[in-house]
Design a binder for this molecule. Sequence first.
Ligand code: 5GP
Ligand code: ZN
Length: 114
Amino acid sequence: MATKSLASCIFCKIIKGEIPSLKLIETNLSYSFLDIGPIAKGHALIIPKYHAEKMHEVPDEYLADILPIGKKIATALGCEEYNILQNNGPLAHQVVKHAHFHVIPKPNAEQGLI
Ligand code: 5GP
Ligand code: ZN
């Protein structure tokens, strides 16, 4: 599977190891890591190894790889309640212009995550 990369993109640099990250799960098609500015403990990002700004520009085989990783992360966190979020474009609050999925745990009072 050919990957598509943009030299100036911070998430492409993370995939290539040019910017450090706290890696969770990596496959041939996707890379997941902890968000640098978590809004909850365990806040993770999953990105395709294909540079596209928006989700609808990402080939299906890359998208198909991502939700199973979201399942694994949610299961590993042991958190029954969580959000999977995906922003496209500035009006939708997208800041980093490489399509990505957030996994945001919503722990209850008894849960300690990570
Ligand atoms: P967006 O608003 O674009 O959907 O979210 C981008 C996310 O990427 C933010 O939650 C932000 O904290 C995260 N982020 C931006 N730069 C970096 C980085 O260099 N490393 C990591 N791990 N996360 C980043
Ligand atoms: Zn990129």
